[in-house]
Design a protein around this ligand. Sequence first.
Ligand SMILES: Cc1cc2nc3c(=O)[nH]c(=O)nc-3n(C[C@H](O)[C@H](O)[C@H](O)COP(=O)(O)OP(=O)(O)OC[C@H]3O[C@@H](n4cnc5c(N)ncnc54)[C@H](O)[C@@H]3O)c2cc1C
Length: 567
Amino acid sequence: MKPFDIVIVGGGGAGLYAAMEAMKTNPALNIAVLSKVYPNRSHTSAAQGGANAALANTAKDDTVELHIFDTIKGSDYLADQDAVEILCSEAPKIIRELDNIGTPWSRLEDNTIAQRPFGGAGRPRCCYCADKTGHTILQTLYEQCLKKGVFFFNEYFALQLSVNGSRMKGLIALNIKTGKVEAFPARTVVFATGGYAKMYWNRSSNAAGNTGDGQAIAYRAGIPLKDMEFVQFHPTGLRKSGLLVTEGARGEGGYLVNAAGERFMSRYAPEKMELGPRDLVSRSIETEILQGRGFDSPAGKYVHLDLTHLGADLIMSRLPQIREMSMYFEGVDPIEEPIPVRPTAHYSMGGIDTDNFGRTVMDGVYAAGECACVSVHGANRLGGNSLLDILVFGRLAGRTAAEEARRFEPAQIGAEELKDTEAALRSYMRPSGHFERYGTLREELGQTLGMNVGIYREASKIRKGIEDLAALSERFRHIRVFDTSDIFNTNLLQVLELKNMLDLAETVASGALAREESRGSHTRTDFPVRDDEKWHKHTLATLDRNGVRLGEKPVSMGRYELQERTY
Ligand SMILES: Cc1cc2nc3c(=O)[nH]c(=O)nc-3n(C[C@H](O)[C@H](O)[C@H](O)COP(=O)(O)OP(=O)(O)OC[C@H]3O[C@@H](n4cnc5c(N)ncnc54)[C@H](O)[C@@H]3O)c2cc1C
């Protein structure tokens, strides 16, 4: 195959914005987007609540500076302040740009873009399309990419980077439709493969495919991962499935209520109440449950998210999807009854370490979106800042790759490498005496992470988690793919995803053990206080012969000094 100038792995918001911007920067470039699912089925399409931008439509006194401060405070001062400045200053422009190319933002009566309150934000600045914001953004971007002539390789599963010494030659991927391993020689590769929170299995709001493939590929190629220990639990997952009830439901005025009928957030965030930042609200719900003030059910303990006082009109016009999901998955109509909820693993703050333009340490390799860590979210992401992140940094990574692509000479990927890769995949299908099944390992992975590296963490539990992970990785060596067919071999794909999650889970647990403090989403009951002297820094996880090696990187500071974080 003729080398591409840019191969983008991922057709979510980050990948599609990168593709659109790269085309705009240099229309002569040959750009491909690879995606394991159809682009408009990427997890971005599940984003409900909205994207933040200080447009000052709903609150006239909102400013970019306030948005910057909220984000840095929300991150528990671990975000890089120069990156946050880019994020928030670009926000109004990027929302308007999406408006211009057709995203149907909900409107105020004066026809300006409507904004709703979101957690940890000092002003209502979250721009939304009812509760289907991600879906509408993704459709708009896909349309633009098709129009501009981006080549799409849908249902291709990226397997590895092809690297010769320090020279990146392109990507190797599995064609899911044929079972063939194919080469994508490329001058540059942009990872935009989304998050890894699905490793928490049935306690996750994420799509099945959010298995951190891009991070695992980069990690195995020697690129460091940053701040992997920070996994965000969203306060309101549906009790049974972990599926998400948007923060927008609390933004519109929903209450959290325990079994004693109390709006318990008054104990934890008397000012912000239900609109405290996610880490704080999740810990509060977990504490209520642990201290016996939750409801009980065969599907687990939970609290109530009560929207009944908002009225049918508001629920049906602004939260229609939430109503539908509550009815379908919990048998509850939120117009009539409260929704049973509990925290759910939701977002990966950690990811591939990049600079502010999406560059990684490897020449020609870039990353953007949830798979990357710039870092704008630090130890805790604010709701509405991730859609913004994928747009702003997807655009920057696409532009940078387009500007730099021609600096790298094209190379070919040898047939031998493809043959070896195909043989490695086939080896999973070989019958053997002792074998392990995907489903068992997958579930055990989720369980040990949830129990030992979840919302509340402590050394002995994390060590148990690390032991379990090592045992699971050992058992993985005997995994068997029972389906030996070529076409849509989903059993094989699941096994490949499991391998990626096992590799990444080790970085999450190792980072969690090392970081002896509590900051943002990372709460150590044995080190309950933020320790700026020792831990005001990023962790960097690199793969070496013995597994994870942890390094560190300073936080880039700016106008805002470290302060205690209260709400
Ligand atoms: C239920 C839910 C609701 C959310 N709501 C909001 C919200 O209201 N506001 C907000 O700011 N954020 C929200 N978020 C977070 C936000 O939606 C995500 O962080 C963001 O959409 C991620 O975009 P992305 O482009 O980085 O990745 P994704 O949209 O996850 O896309 C990843 C892409 O990578 C591809 N891919 C992955 N692995 C491979 C592989 N091996 N080979 C080929 N392709 C691969 C996939 O096919 C997909 O196209 C929400 C998240 C969830 C789960």
